[in-house]
Design a protein. Structure first.
Length: 510
């Protein structure tokens, strides 16, 4: 539709910057230049609908009048909120005549970086014959911009040697990658004690050393033989020699079998046995004591049965079990929860979370604390007031159950909270300076110790501590609540200046 000559629209700014997780406000001025009153609707095109909120989407203007409205923008802090420019259009549409006016705007989403790392398994075992233990290290890029990540692994006592399949990973926003970590002891001992070494895996952004995560693992190293094992083996060999010299002929179960091993209800099977050097043989259930050392019986169990043979003699008692499986009517397949997640996993109080799942073979779905759901549903929306753990239970027609849990963290924007308090850099040389930056929510008073004093809820200041100093920020609100946050600044000595040795001009050169 062509642009309107009866509606005008102006915006407060062409470019609007926003940090993921934050909000921004766009002022809109709308004018009705016609000679008649008009009802005008506001729309935003080109952005995700979850990012946009229009408090007053429809306004009524008299002839030749203007009105200023606002559009609220909120970009969620997740990897899908791609950093960069997002052009969009604000459109004003007359509901009376259909005339429109548009204003282009560019939303600039700031980049943020976040990582997580997982280790599987948590403990690896190395032996003399299997010196290398392998782990799977999975790194997740939780930010909205690509990152190059370097992997490190070490233990404080240098017990192990750690080698990554690849040390540097290039991860797109929201991507994950798994590499193999090979760990082996730095020294292989034939005789000694087993030991456990705790090691740390660090994933650090190549371009920003402050973006780093850690996880812990254990390397269990076993020698070929321990001192205790040597002693026990010697005693066992001695006892075995004495027993072999004095023992009677052992009782042996040469055969104890059932054919077939699986039958349907109402079918029969043949139980066979062959025992040597036994004075008494008994088979339970149903058969009892038998006189033959070798024989067979036909059995007709109504359900799966474990037959137990006990043979006794001077050489001891020997037992053996065998299972005859009786198959009932086919049962329905078990239920399965293939996926269950919350998007987003963390929300602000009053926001809505989308619970998404994928199940199989379920005739009934229960979602706590919401209640029973249609088993054909694959998602539901909820607005929890507090941090909530949702439990999804899938049940099949036979009553078999399977469940999964997911927790949604709810943040109260009106609660007293220190959102940020950091020192940049955290390590300086004597005489250097440090910038303290802070951001506090819902505080009536904010104080930083060690000479800084009372400050605004958000800001920064430059300090120059003479020695190692811990700065503590204390925030209070009108209700008397108090929260604190501390950062430590380490001050190192100034490197000494080395003076080159003087040369005696009268001394001949060599």
């Amino acid at each position: 539709m062509p642009a309107s000559t009866t509606i005008e629209i102006k915006i407060s700014q062409d470019d609007l910057k926003i940090e993921p997780g934050g909000t921004a406000q766009l002022q809109i001025e709308i004018a009705n230049t016609s000679d008649q009153p008009d009802t005008i609707g506001l729309e935003v095109e080109g952005l995700d609908y979850e990012w946009v909120a229009i408090p007053v989407p429809t306004i009524t203007l008299d002839a030749q009048t203007r009105s200023t409205e606002k559009i609220l923008l909120k970009v969620p802090r997740r990897s899908e909120s791609t950093a960069g420019a997002h052009p969009f259009v604000v459109r004003a549409r007359s509901l009376e005549t259909g005339a429109t006016a548009v204003a282009p705007v560019t939303l600039l989403v700031e980049p943020f970086a976040a990582l997580s790392v997982e280790l599987y398994p948590r403990r690896g075992v190395c032996s003399y014959w299997k010196p290398v233990s392998e782990f799977e290290v999975t790194v997740h890029n939780l930010g909205n911009t690509p990152l190059d990540v370097r992997l490190y692994a070490s233990d404080p006592d240098d017990v192990g040697v750690y080698t990554f399949e690849r040390e540097v990973l290039s991860l797109q926003a929201g991507a994950s990658e798994t590499v193999i970590l090979s760990a082996e002891p730095s020294r292989r001992a034939m005789v000694g004690r087993s030991q456990i070494a705790s090691f740390t895996i660090t994933a650090r952004c190549v371009d920003n050393a402050y973006v780093a995560v850690h996880t812990q693992g254990q390397l269990y190293t076993r020698p070929l033989v321990s001192p205790v094992t040597l002693g026990v083996l010697a005693l066992l060999l001695l006892a075995l020699g004495v027993w072999a010299f004095t023992r009677p002929k052992p009782v042996e179960i040469l055969e104890f079998a059932v054919e077939p091993s699986v039958i349907q209800q109402g079918g029969t099977a043949v139980l066979r046995w062959h025992v040597a050097n036994a004075s008494e043989i008994s088979i339970t259930p149903d058969i009892g004591v038998v006189k033959e050392s070798a024989g067979s019986r036909q059995v007709l169990p109504s359900q799966t049965t474990t037959y137990h043979l006990v043979a006794r003699g001077r050489g001891g008692v020997v037992e053996q079990e065998i299972v005859l499986t009786v198959q009932p009517a086919p049962e329905p397949p078990p239920p399965a929860i293939l996926a269950f997640k919350a998007e987003p996993p963390q929300i602000t109080k009053g926001d809505t979370v989308n619970l998404i799942w994928q199940v199989q073979n379920a005739t009934k779905l229960l979602l706590s604390p919401i209640g029973e759901l249609d088993p054909l549903l694959t998602s539901v929306r909820d607005t929890p007031a507090v941090t909530t753990t949702y439990t999804l239970v899938a049940i099949n027609s036979a009553g078999q159950k399977v469940e999964k849990k997911v927790t949604v963290k709810v943040r109260d924007p009106n609660a007293l909270e220190v959102l940020e308090f950091r020192a940049e850099p955290s390590v300086i040389t004597a005489g250097g300076t440090v910038t303290l930056r802070w951001r506090v929510q819902a505080a009536s008073r904010v104080v930083i110790d060690n000479g800084v004093g009372e400050v605004a809820p958000q800001g920064e200041t430059v300090v120059s501590p003479a020695g190692d100093t811990t700065y503590t920020l204390t925030a209070t609100n009108d209700a008397g609540d108090v929260v604190t946050r501390s950062v430590k600044v380490t001050v190192t000595a100034t490197p000494p200046v080395t003076t080159p040795p003087s040369v005696n001009p009268t001394q001949p050169g060599r």
